[in-house]
Design a protein around this ligand. Structure first.
Ligand SMILES: [Zn+2]
Length: 61
């Protein structure tokens, strides 16, 4: 069987995430804690996620 989605766990709130196939380096947002997470690694449909610091509101000011 092939996996149509990838699975990962939010490193902040430990919510199980299921997402369409994405590649290393892409980002997604946790629906629970609204953190931006970057894909550090993909192995067998399982994502390794790392929280990314984002400060859009202060950008350029
Ligand atoms: Zn989260």
């Amino acid at each position: 069987m092939t996996t149509a989605t990838f699975a990962g766990v939010c490193p902040e709130c430990e919510t199980d995430l299921t997402v369409p196939p994405i590649v290393k380096g892409e980002t997604l947002t946790c629906p629970e804690c609204i953190l931006t997470l970057r894909v550090e690694d993909v192995a067998d449909g399982t994502l390794t996620l790392r929280m990314v610091e984002v400060a859009l509101r202060d950008w350029g000011q």
